[in-house]
Design a protein around this ligand. Sequence first.
Ligand SMILES: Nc1ncnc2c1ncn2[C@@H]1O[C@H](COP(=O)(O)OP(=O)(O)OP(=O)(O)O)[C@@H](O)[C@H]1O
Length: 314
Amino acid sequence: MIEVKGLTKHYGPTVAVDDLSFTVPAGQVTGFLGPNGAGKSTTMRMILGLDKPTSGSALINGKPYHQLAHPLREVGALLDARWVHPNRSARAHLQWMAASNGIAKSRVDEVLRLVGLSEVAGKNAGGFSLGMSQRLGLAGALLGDPPVLLFDEPVNGLDPEGILWIRRFMQRLASEGRTVLVSSHLLSEMSQTAEQLVVIGRGRLISDSTVQEFIDKSSESAVRVRSPQLDALRSLLIARGLTVREDGESESGPALLVVGATTEVIGAAAGENGVTLFELSAQRGSLEEAFMKLTGGDVQYHAEGMEEVMGGAL
Ligand SMILES: Nc1ncnc2c1ncn2[C@@H]1O[C@H](COP(=O)(O)OP(=O)(O)OP(=O)(O)O)[C@@H](O)[C@H]1O
């Protein structure tokens, strides 16, 4: 189990992680979701004792990382996909890791088999593809057979086959009763991998729920309506307690967006009041779009982009 309590990290004026609290239980894959720059890597680094929190704590099975007697046997991590492999074979690399952490040499061939690298174990790891490097990183994380595992964007850059393999592997590790925390900036990826989702935006907790709950919450349904009696329609929908927004001027004229109502409800309301409708269409925004809105990722990106452009111009 991982427990994060009031975790905060400032880098000068930047608040990378802001009073974050959540728990990662054992026996399931927990997704750690947020747009680029949301603070996922910083949080993971603090859990792993690689970065010091400004305030708050992160505990692994009840202890901060630096108090773990045998870290490699208590927590495994795969952090940087671009990590450069040493100029030695996969087996030699793992043997060196095992020896320096008091782990039996026999475990090396076991983890190589687990990640499907047995056949290339004698080859120079420097020549490995990204997918093979990821597997070697996983083998290293599993060397101490730890009950807690952290993966930072493990599928970035992998082909579909590699993505599927990693996804299944993480699910298998969780089904063995381990605590598995995996970060991603893609909701679509996480919805296929994790059961629980911890969602952050700009360092803050946005949601901690099951994947399905988050999807239901973030995919707002709306109905677009057009009418020659738009004002009358707006008034009667508002009178029924519905949320109504202007949908901007399109080629077909002004329209309204009615949130959280079905086409049936709106059509019936219009009919009962003798309001003519030119359009009545159900809209469902893309889930990723809704997610970006919820986490503030889009705003941050645009704002930063603009600053850069402005800065360059001045
Ligand atoms: N060493 C550092 N010094 C200064 N600022 C940092 C440092 N590390 C991270 N940050 C800033 O903290 C914020 C969070 O970054 P972090 O890498 O944790 O986000 P992330 O969610 O992992 O995003 P990504 O997927 O892009 O890595 C960003 O604004 C980033 O620029």
